[in-house]
Design a protein around this ligand. Structure first.
Ligand code: CP
Length: 380
C-alpha cells in the first residue's frame, strides 16, 4: 500500500463483496472513478481501453440502474456488451447457472455481471469460470458496486468519508445495499447508525450489541428479536465469519491508517432522535413484498415513523447540510417524499450518474488497469 492509503491493484479477478476488500482497494476504485466522470463531458463518450473485451449482463432479477449503468460503463471503455434475458434463454429449459456461465465463457465473455436472488451465487460462479464475476446484487448479501457508488457520491459531496456519521434507514434486514454500505463506510472510517423498526434490524447486529462488541452498541434499548431470522449469509459459499465483525473492520481500517470512531456501528429505532446527529442519511427501499410476512404493521405506520420529507427534516432538527441519498428504486411518498428526493439536499440523481463512473473504474481495474494518476494518459 502506498502513502495515499490505496493498493496498486485489485487482488482478484472478481468483485463479489466489500466485506473482503481492503480499504486500500476501495480507495483505489474511488480514485480511479474520479477521472472516469469526464467521459460525460467529452464530445466522444468513449475510451479505447477495453476494445475487444466482452462483458455479459446476466440478470435473474429486474434492474434498471445497475444493468444499464454496467452497459454504459463497458461501452464507454469500448468493450462489447451482451445482455442475457434469462426469461428467453436456455435457463428456461433447465440449464444450470454454472452451465450458462461456462457457455458464456466459451463464447468469449471476459466478465459476467450477475444479479441473482440467492445470496452467494456470484461467489459460487466465480469458482466455476475463469472469467471475472461481478456481483450486481445477490439476495440479501451484498451489492458492492452500489456500496462503492454511494461512497463515491458522499466523497464528492462532502469531500471526505472518514469521521462522518451516516444513517441507513429502513429495511436493514433484507437490504444488500445496507450491508455493502455498512462494510464500505466503516472500512473508510465513517460511523454508521442502523435505523429502523426492531423487526427490520438483523439479529446478527443485535447480537453484536448484546455481546458487548466494542464496535456495535444500541442507541436505544434492544428488545428481543421479533423475527428470529439472521441477516442471511451466502448459502452457496459459506465464508467463515470473522471472529468479530467489529474487530475485522477495525483491523482493516487500522491497516489503511484510517482511525475508526468508537463505536463505528450503532442501532436506533428512533429516527427523530438520531436525525440531528447525522451528516448523511441513506433511505432504503421499503420492501412491500415483505409486508405479507408481518414485519411491520402497515406501510402507513412505517411512514409515520420513518418517512423523510423536508418539513420533517426541519422540525426534527436535521443539520442544514445533511446529505439525503436513496439507492433506488424508491417508493416515493412512503419512505421519502417526492419533493425531498428532487431537492438540492438529495444526491439521488448523482448516485445514478456516479454509478457509471464507478463501474467503469471497476472494469478498468479488473482488466489490470493501473492506478488513477495514470488513467487519463492511458485512456485519454
Ligand atoms: N439500486 C439498484 O440496484 O437499482 P436497480 O435495481 O434498478 O438496478
Amino acid at each position: 500500500m502506498n502513502e495515499g492509503g490505496r493498493t496498486p491493484a485489485l487482488r482478484g479477478k472478481d468483485l463479489l463483496e466489500l466485506e473482503s476488500l481492503e480499504p486500500g482497494e476501495i480507495q483505489l476504485i474511488l480514485e480511479t472513478a474520479r477521472p472516469m466522470l469526464s467521459v460525460f463531458s467529452r464530445p466522444v463518450k468513449k475510451y479505447p481501453t477495453l476494445r475487444g473485451r466482452i462483458m455479459v449482463n446476466l440478470f435473474y432479477e429486474p434492474s434498471t440502474r445497475t444493468r444499464t449503468s454496467f452497459e454504459l460503463a463497458a461501452k464507454s471503455l469500448s468493450a462489447d456488451v451482451v445482455n442475457i434475458a434469462t426469461t428467453t434463454s436456455s435457463v428456461t429449459k433447465g440449464e444450470s447457472l454454472a452451465d450458462t456461465a461456462r457457455t458464456l465463457e466459451a463464447l468469449g465473455a471476459d466478465w459476467i455481471v450477475l444479479r441473482h436472488s440467492a445470496s452467494g451465487t456470484p461467489a459460487f460462479l466465480a469458482r466455476q469460470v475463469r472469467a471475472g464475476v461481478i456481483n450486481a446484487g445477490d439476495g440479501s448479501h451484498e451489492h458492492p458496486t452500489q456500496g462503492l457508488l454511494d461512497l463515491f457520491t458522499i466523497l464528492r459531496r462532502k469531500g471526505r468519508i472518514a469521521g462522518l456519521r451516516v444513517g441507513l434507514v429502513g429495511d436493514i434486514l433484507h437490504s444488500r445495499v445496507a450491508r455493502s454500505d455498512l462494510w464500505g463506510l466503516t472500512k473508510m472510517g465513517a460511523e454508521v447508525v442502523l435505523i429502523g423498526p426492531p423487526t427490520l434490524i438483523p439479529v446478527e447486529v443485535e447480537n453484536l450489541v448484546q455481546t458487548g462488541s466494542p464496535a456495535a452498541t444500541a442507541a436505544s434499548p434492544v428488545p428481543p428479536s421479533a423475527t428470529g431470522s439472521a441477516w442471511p449469509s451466502p448459502p452457496l459459499a459459506p465464508a467463515p465469519p470473522p471472529a468479530s465483525a467489529s474487530a475485522s473492520m477495525s483491523a482493516a481500517a487500522a491497516a489503511a491508517g484510517v482511525s475508526l470512531p468508537h463505536p463505528p456501528v450503532t442501532v436506533s429505532y428512533d429516527l427523530e432522535s438520531v436525525l440531528p446527529t447525522l451528516d448523511v442519511v441513506q433511505v432504503l427501499r421499503l420492501q412491500l413484498e415483505r409486508q405479507k410476512r408481518g414485519l411491520f404493521p402497515s406501510a402507513q405506520e412505517y411512514s409515520e415513523l420513518y418517512r423523510l420529507d423536508s418539513e420533517r427534516l426541519q422540525r426534527w432538527g436535521a443539520k442544514p447540510d445533511l446529505l439525503v441519498m436513496h439507492p433506488g428504486p424508491a417508493n416515493l411518498g412512503l419512505e421519502i417524499s417526492e419533493e425531498l428526493a428532487n431537492s438540492p439536499r438529495s444526491a439521488i440523481r448523482e448516485q445514478v450518474q456516479n454509478g457509471v463512473a464507478v463501474r467503469m473504474a471497476v472494469l478498468y481495474l479488473l482488466a489490470g488497469g493501473r492506478p488513477a494518476q495514470d488513467t487519463e494518459t492511458q485512456t485519454g
